[in-house]
Design a protein around this ligand. Structure first.
Ligand code: FES
Length: 130
């Protein structure tokens, strides 16, 4: 696993009631490189650190996804979970989250932030815009 640490300053990120960044934030796109494409193979995830937060990035079905990387149950590492039909299952106790939305699949509750992610010129980039 490759772990990247990037330090950015985006002071105007909208927050959900739980204090996490909102996936519905008003956007001014700010894509930042977080990894090289070769570090993320199909069917797996990696963790990146952004402003002290763990983000899990997945390549699943040929599509890239990025969501908060820490399970809301007891802090399991989602990048090490099992991918299945557009969801990630936490490796510790099995909570599952939708890769597109970060919603818990059992309750449909929004629990994790999701981020736009793209791949350009051999690099994976996440939109951390506000
Ligand atoms: S820590 Fe993820 S399901 Fe328990």
């Amino acid at each position: 696993m490759v772990l990247y640490q990037i330090q950015l300053d985006f002071p105007q990120i909208a927050k959900l009631p739980n204090g996490r960044p909102s996936q519905n934030r008003v956007s001014s796109m700010a894509y930042e490189q977080v990894a090289l494409s070769e570090t993320l193979v199909e069917g797996q995830g990696i963790e990146v650190i952004w402003q002290g937060n763990v983000i899990a990035v997945f390549r699943h079905g040929g599509v890239l996804y990025a969501i908060d990387g820490i399970c809301m149950h007891q802090g399991g590492p989602l990048a090490r979970g099992k991918l299945c039909q557009g969801t990630i299952e936490c490796p510790w106790h099995g909570w599952t989250y939708d890769l597109k939305t970060g919603n818990n699949t059992a309750t449909c509750q929004p629990m994790l932030s999701s981020y736009r992610v793209r791949e350009q010129a051999g690099k994976i980039e996440i939109d951390f815009g506000t």
